[in-house]
Design a protein around this ligand. Sequence first.
Ligand SMILES: NC(=O)c1ccc[n+]([C@@H]2O[C@H](COP(=O)([O-])OP(=O)(O)OC[C@H]3O[C@@H](n4cnc5c(N)ncnc54)[C@H](O)[C@@H]3O)[C@@H](O)[C@H]2O)c1
Length: 332
Amino acid sequence: MEKVLITGGAGFIGSHFARRLLRCDDVTRVTVLDALTYAGSVENLGEAMLSPKLAFVAGNILDALLVERLTQEHTAVVHFAAESHVDRSFFDAGNFLSTNVLGTYTLLEAARKARIRRFVHVSTDEVYGPLATGQAIEEDPVRPSVPYAASKAASDLVALSYFQTFGVPVCVTRSSNNYGPRQHPEKIIPLFITRLLKGHELTLHGRGQHVRNWLHVEDNCRGIELVLRSGTPGEVYNIGGGTDLTSKELTGILLRLFDADWDQVRYIPDRAANDLRYAMDWSKTAALGYQPGRDLEDGLAETADWYRNNPDRWAPLLRIPAEARKPIHHPV
Ligand SMILES: NC(=O)c1ccc[n+]([C@@H]2O[C@H](COP(=O)([O-])OP(=O)(O)OC[C@H]3O[C@@H](n4cnc5c(N)ncnc54)[C@H](O)[C@@H]3O)[C@@H](O)[C@H]2O)c1
């Protein structure tokens, strides 16, 4: 393990993961490389920024010279950096392809030259596309239906090709939907929590029938660490085991948490592409010792408390309309 480079470590999941690795005695150095787009903030790292084991580098994964230098100084890479919000991919798909596909390629090239010992590429269940029934296994073909998922599926395939072609020791993790403290309020759970805190209405697409598997961010990070330590290079690992809920069921739990009722909810027409259901089998990751541990209702209550107690962290982000939150373009 020793020296780990974490890309996107100022974002939601990456910052939880960086905090986790800093607690490991066998990790001597953690470097976070993050471009600090609208989605990233060093505040997500909090007190971890004071750790003598942590270095923070503000930079772009598309900067080949920078990532070459950094990969040479590390033994492992865990790659979170991405454009991650599905809705934004409808009006800014080019940036998703640039960051998620070319950015991953740039990092893999650097890892190949540096002969990196471990490379974990963090991906999503959305690459499998919607499933009416059953569960996706790692060997299933990817069938993404929205630009975000397509950019992640493409990056997964490039990453796996670097194992096949060059022997770069890549593992890919695919997790279901994460929730927890410090997630950007554009995502549904913090969006609804912050709206409930402000007494604003919640809007549900269609009839609220879309099914997602909700996994606490710490459970995902536990799975990613296991894959980093003992995953087999060239393999994909599904990280699921959260709770399946329709968006209506999720809304019901959040309303109860805030003593609010359904009058506060308005149904709006569904968007053109909105996958009905994702589901994954995660027994391959369980064989590494993975087991999610967080109860959904407790996790949501703790998450709601974080937003209740930290309005200074999310209120400023709500004032900027999504279209104006420009990511940093940095073509190769
Ligand atoms: N959030 C989820 O539910 C979920 C589920 C499965 C997989 N994932 C994947 O996990 C990863 C992290 O997701 P998240 O929710 O933490 O995302 P996030 O949007 O909260 O964080 C992304 C981070 O990447 C940084 N970044 C973006 N472009 C960059 C670039 N070109 N160079 C360097 N840094 C850049 C941003 O500044 C930000 O800090 C992504 O790869 C995402 O696809 C997320």
